[in-house]
Every structure is written in structure tokens, then in C-alpha cells.
Design a protein around this ligand. Structure first.
Ligand code: ACM
Length: 266
């Protein structure tokens, strides 16, 4: 059995060090995998590229080093969202750290939401599955949820758990992720934030209700809509390898990809 957790945060916009200190107090010490929200270190509502440039960090910056240290000390794998400064530009990314504290990769958000399109480069990593604490973990970021192809590709590539850092503003994803769970028979861990980013000229409110769902479409734990919260579930990742829905139906064996070609075209 494995312990998987989300940390639901209420960040203060632009206050990276304070946000990291707060997260340090919240992080569970006994989990195999912890998922943190999208852009958890900075807050979400960036007004322009100048702000983004100031707040973005390389993967091995202060945020990456802080999480790697925690991971190494506690033997915890971590998936966490941040604005990633790379030599090609700035991406809305999730860093992936294994249970030894090694930064094993990054996922760059494929489907940018709203004004993110004006700020970030579209992700170029594709969907990736990582070996973390003896689990196969695929990564999505927030709005990727609305494209079932994203979860499907990860599940077909062997993901048992979908780690889903989020800053959700629409009210649909929590229900939709239950569907992603049953249609792929995988666990999902959505780490959402709560509270609001009030930037005077614009304000956004986030929906909280972070959750962990199971391959048989159950909510194993769900946070309240408001406030910080740490949710943990004990899971057996092997449950996600069984794709049987009935005695006669196996999700993978029953697929008819010869009829799905339309999905590959615009
Ligand atoms: C979102 O993708 N942050 C809604």
C-alpha cells in the first residue's frame, strides 16, 4: 500500500518565500507521494510578462531546492507546479522529484487556460509518466483535465496515478476527474488551491475541494472548498493495472482504435 497526499494551499500572490514557509508547515511527513497545486509558490493571477519574468524560476531555483531537500529528508516524491524559467522561455510547469530528492523531470502544461496564453509558452514536453516511490505517476496541469486525450495517453503509457496540480476557477473539474478515473481505471490526485488572487484590476476565486479518486470512481478524500487542507489516502497502485469493468469487458482489450482516427486530426 502507498500513501498519497495533496496539499491544498492559500498562497499570497508574489510572496514566494512566505508561500514556501507555509507549505513547509503543511507538508505531510509520512507520505510516499505529495502533489502541490499549479503555480503553488507564486500565486496565479499574473498581470503581465514583466511580473512573470520576475517570479519565474529555473527548476533548480529556490523552490526546486526547497522541495528536493524536503523530499530527501522524508523519502517523499513530490509533484508541484511553478512558473518555470528555461532558456526557451517561461512555461507553466510541474516539477517532478522522486523519493530520493532527485529532480527526475518536468511536465509543461499542454493546454493553457485563458490569459495564460498571453504569458506562457505552450508546453512542449508531451505527457509523461514517472516512476515515483514504486508507482507509475502521470502528470497533468489544471485545464488539461478537459481534454480526455491527455489522461488517456498517460493511462495507456502505464500511469497508475494521475498527479494533477491545479488552480481551478470553473466548477467542473472535480466531477470530471471522477470520470477520468473510471474511464481509465486510474487513481487521480487533484491538488487545487483555495482563496482568491485580488490584483485590483482583476480578481479570481479558486474552488478548493482538492481530492483523490479511485479506479472504481470513488472519492477517497476531498478537501473543503475554502482554506488550507492536507488530504491523504492509502492506495494499492496495482488496482489501476486491472482494466476489467465486467467479466467480459476490459478497457484496454475492448478498445477499437481503428475507429478513433478522427481524434488525431484538427
Ligand atoms: C487553469 O487551468 N488554471 C484553470
Amino acid at each position: 500500500m502507498k500513501r498519497v497526499s495533496f496539499v491544498q494551499t492559500v498562497p499570497i500572490f508574489g510572496e514566494v518565500e512566505r508561500n514556501l514557509m507555509r507549505v513547509e508547515r503543511l507538508l505531510p511527513r509520512d507520505s510516499d507521494l505529495v502533489v502541490l497545486p499549479e503555480l503553488f509558490n507564486t500565486g496565479y493571477l499574473l498581470l503581465n510578462k514583466e511580473e512573470l519574468l520576475k517570479l519565474a524560476e529555473p527548476i533548480d531555483g529556490i523552490t526546486g531546492r526547497f522541495l528536493a531537500k524536503f523530499s530527501k529528508e522524508h523519502g517523499t516524491s513530490i509533484v508541484a507546479g511553478l512558473p518555470e524559467k528555461s532558456k526557451n522561455g517561461i512555461y507553466n510547469s510541474a516539477m517532478v522529484i522522486d523519493e530520493t530528492g532527485d529532480l527526475v523531470g518536468v511536465y509543461r502544461k499542454t493546454h493553457l487556460f485563458g490569459r495564460e496564453k498571453l504569458l506562457f509558452r505552450p508546453g512542449d514536453t508531451g505527457f509523461r509518466v514517472f516512476n515515483l516511490s514504486g508507482m507509475r505517476v502521470g502528470v497533468l496541469i489544471c485545464f488539461d483535465w478537459i481534454f480526455p486525450e491527455a489522461s488517456r495517453v498517460l493511462a495507456l503509457d502505464g500511469a497508475e496515478v494521475l498527479a494533477h496540480p491545479a488552480n481551478l476557477v470553473l466548477p467542473y473539474a472535480q466531477s470530471a476527474m471522477l470520470t477520468r478515473s473510471i474511464e481509465n481505471r486510474v487513481f487521480t490526485v487533484t491538488a487545487n488551491r483555495s482563496g482568491e488572487d485580488d490584483r485590483c484590476v482583476e480578481k479570481l476565486e479558486f474552488t478548493g475541494a482538492s481530492q483523490i479518486t479511485s479506479p472504481d470512481m470513488r472519492i477517497l478524500v476531498r478537501a473543503p472548498e475554502r482554506g488550507e487542507y492536507v488530504g491523504t489516502a492509502e492506495i494499492d497502485p496495482r488496482d489501476a493495472r486491472n482494466k476489467k469493468i465486467t467479466e467480459q469487458n476490459d478497457l484496454w482489450m475492448d478498445r477499437r482504435p481503428e475507429f478513433y482516427g478522427r481524434i488525431m486530426r484538427r
